[in-house]
Design a protein around this ligand. Structure first.
Ligand code: FDA
Length: 310
């Protein structure tokens, strides 16, 4: 891991920095590049623009993690229930993606399960789907366990796997018999070196292998892969695989973050590939924002430009 990435990911976990940086105007200016606004109204308006002007679907996520009371987790759940209703009412092509720590995972697996259950049931009644984000490694086992429980109740739930983790290939094999919806990403957290693949080349290659496994025509019925990456090379290789294997076009979609790789997003839409853009909102954006900076050192230059402009 590069020094810059380590420093930024350590910064993502710093409460001291968070409490200060969230008030700095130049930070607030640069975050707007990745986030259309803090409120659900602003996020829904961005979904509509994505749909009507850019021809993509959307995924909505309310930023926040590691809550300290079940009342907070219940409030987050109520917010997502209302959001799923609004998506249906406003006829938006949008789904939601949740972090289990926001639904109370640190406070008890069963309480979190109850909240997740409510969201999946509501999504089911609205013909929608709930995605579960993958957080740092200590949450991987409980996240998979809760995904399994939810999947046993309804197919309208998907979960993220991270290609930087050595264990993900085995996790995918164990989940495949379910015919699961999996969003594949590279992984965005600071992890102990022994648990992650050592080089970016290996993470990328693992990504390719895992995605191909899900795109294979022999993958169990219902298997769906959300190809969550902005990596132009991987996108090109996977498109070639899809074409060569004749994969069913309803078995995958590309997924990217709002504001990142817009030219590639436009190219995919123009070439009639399915694409969803993940739109984040909420007041607790600092750790998420630091992870976006860590993904690309050039983003730090962008922040510096905003500092000088201010
Ligand atoms: P990579 O980092 O190799 O970047 C490839 C290229 O994309 C870069 O060269 C650059 O051009 C561009 N790019 C990438 N990130 C950028 C940025 N921040 N700003 C500007 N340009 C950028 N992670 C996780 O651990 N758990 C999760 O649940 C999720 N969920 C999730 C959903 C969706 C829809 C996406 C797209 C991503 C996630 N992630 C995630 C984040 C993911 O793990 C990863 O950190 C980022 O997607 C960056 O990795 P890439 O695959 O884009 O490749």
């Amino acid at each position: 891991m590069s020094l810059m990435r380590s420093v930024l990911l350590a910064g993502a976990e710093s409460v001291w920095l968070r409490e200060r940086a969230m008030r700095w105007p130049f930070v607030r200016r640069s975050v707007s590049r990745f986030m259309p606004g803090e409120t659900a109204d602003e996020a829904l308006a961005a979904c509509r623009r994505q749909q009507e002007q850019h021809g993509t679907g959307a995924i909505l996520t309310h930023l926040g993690e590691n809550l300290s009371s079940l009342a907070e987790a219940d409030a987050v759940t109520a917010g997502y229930l209302a959001l799923i209703d609004r998506i249906a009412k406003e006829e938006l092509d949008a789904q939601v993606s949740v972090k289990l720590t926001q639904l109370g995972l640190d406070l008890g697996v069963d309480a979190c399960d109850r909240n997740l259950q409510q969201l999946v049931a509501r999504a089911e009644s609205r013909s929608n789907i709930v995605w579960i984000d993958m957080e740092s490694t200590k949450y991987v086992d409980p996240t998979i366990e809760l995904f399994r429980r939810a999947r046993a109740r309804s197919p309208r739930v998907g979960m993220c796997l991270q290609s930087y983790l050595r264990r993900s290939a085995a996790d995918l094999e164990a989940l495949l018999p379910l015919g699961p919806a999996i969003r594949l990403v590279k992984g965005a957290y600071r992890e102990p070196p022994g648990l992650v693949l050592p080089s970016k080349a290996e993470v990328d290659e693992n990504y390719f292998r895992l995605a191909v496994r899900m795109l294979h025509p022999d993958a169990p019925k219902g298997t769906f892969v959300g190809i969550g990456t902005h990596d132009r090379r991987l996108v090109g290789r996977l498109r070639a695989e899809v074409a060569a294997r004749g994969s069913d076009r309803s078995s995958y979609e590309f997924e990217m973050l709002y504001g990142i790789q817009r030219p590639l997003q436009a190219q995919l839409v123009a070439e009639r590939e399915p694409l969803r853009v993940l739109v984040s909102y909420g007041e607790f954006w600092f750790p998420w924002y630091m992870r976006r900076l860590a993904e690309r050192p050039a983003n730090v230059l962008f922040v510096m430009k905003n500092l000088l402009a201010g």
